[in-house]
Design a protein around this ligand. Structure first.
Ligand code: NDP
Length: 255
C-alpha cells in the first residue's frame, strides 16, 4: 500500500471526485480526515470506507474551506497527531461569460476554488514541513486552456494552477511536493449544483464527449488514482506538475 499510515486531509470528500479520492487513499492505507459541509453525505462516504476497508482510521470534519482552515488542521492533529498529505479537492462551478457575469457569483467561485485552497494550504504547511509531505490540488482542464463561457471557473482554476507551481518552487528545497490533477468532464453533482440539469445537462455531456479526443467523459476513480499517485512516494521526484486527466482534451483543437 503506497500510503500506509499516512494522514491525509481530503476536502470535498462528501461527493463526487472527493468521495472517490477517499476510497482510493483508504485502499492505499491512508488515515483520513473527510472534510465538507454536508454531514449526511460525509457520513455516507465514511460508511463506505468502514465497510470496504477493515481497520481504517477515518473521521468526519464538518467545515467550510472558505473559513474553517484552522478547525480542519486542529481536528486532524487532535485525532492523528500529524499531517502527511493535503488534498484540496473542494470546488464549485461558475457559469457564464463576461457579458452575463454576476460578480458576486464570481467572488464565490474564487473564494472557494482559490482563496479557500490558499488558506488551508497555508495552515497545513507547517505540519507538512515536519513530515516532508505533499499537497495535491484538484484543478481542471479549464485551468490549462480557456473555454468561452466558463469565465469565473477558468480564472479560478488558472489561478490555482499558478498557485500550485509557485508553492511547489517555494517548498521544493524543504521537501514538500505540490502538484495538481486537471480533470476533463467527470459526471458528478457539480453541474446540477449550478442548475445545469435535464436537457441542458444531456447537451453538456454530449459536448464534453465530442471534445474529449478519447470520445468519452471521465470517471471519478480515474481522477482519484492520479491523486493517490501524486500523494505517494511513487511521485517522489515530481513537483509543480499539472497532470491532465482528460482523455486528451488539453490538446484538443475544435474542427
Ligand atoms: P461535487 O459537486 O460532486 O463535489 C464538490 C465537493 O466540494 C463537495 O464534496 C462539497 O462538499 C465540496 N465543497 C464545495 N464548497 C465547499 C466549501 N466551501 N467547504 C467545504 N467543502 C466544499 O463536484 P466534483 O466532485 O465534480 O468536484 C470536485 C473537484 O473536481 C472540484 O474542485 C472541481 O472543480 C473539480 N473538477 C470537476 C470536474 C467535473 O467535471 N466534475 C472537472 C474538472 C475538475 P459539501 O457540499 O459537503 O460542502
Amino acid at each position: 500500500m503506497s500510503l500506509s499510515g499516512k494522514v491525509v486531509i481530503v476536502t470535498g470528500a462528501s461527493s463526487g471526485i472527493g468521495a472517490a479520492i477517499a476510497q482510493v487513499l483508504a485502499r492505499e492505507g491512508a488515515q483520513l480526515s473527510l472534510v465538507g459541509r454536508n454531514v449526511a453525505n460525509l457520513e455516507a462516504t465514511q460508511k463506505t470506507l468502514l465497510e470496504k476497508f477493515a481497520g481504517i482510521k477515518v473521521q468526519i470534519v464538518t467545515a467550510d474551506v472558505t473559513k474553517d482552515a484552522d478547525v480542519i488542521v486542529k481536528k486532524t492533529l487532535d485525532k492523528f497527531g500529524r499531517i502527511d498529505v493535503l488534498v484540496n479537492n473542494a470546488g464549485i462551478l461558475g457559469v457564464g461569460g463576461i457579458e452575463t457575469l454576476d460578480i458576486e457569483a464570481f467572488d464565490a467561485v474564487l473564494n472557494t476554488n482559490v482563496r479557500g485552497v490558499i488558506l488551508l494550504t497555508k495552515a497545513t504547511i507547517p505540519h507538512l514541513l515536519k513530515t516532508k509531505g505533499a499537497v495535491v490540488n484538484v484543478s481542471s482542464c479549464a485551468g490549462i486552456r480557456p473555454f468561452a463561457g466558463a469565465l469565473s471557473y477558468g480564472v479560478s482554476k488558472a489561478a490555482l494552477d499558478q498557485f500550485t507551481k509557485i508553492v511547489a518552487l517555494e517548498m521544493a528545497p524543504k521537501g514538500v511536493r505540490v502538484n495538481s490533477v486537471n480533470p476533463g468532464f467527470v459526471v458528478t453533482n457539480i453541474h446540477s449544483a449550478v442548475g445545469i440539469v435535464g436537457d441542458e445537462y444531456q447537451a453538456t455531456v454530449q459536448r464534453a464527449i465530442n471534445s474529449h479526443p478519447m470520445g468519452r467523459v471521465g470517471d471519478v476513480f480515474e481522477v482519484a488514482e492520479a491523486v493517490a499517485f501524486l500523494a505517494s512516494s511513487k511521485a517522489s521526484f515530481t513537483t509543480g506538475a499539472l497532470f491532465p486527466i482528460d482523455g486528451g482534451k488539453h490538446n484538443f483543437t475544435p474542427k
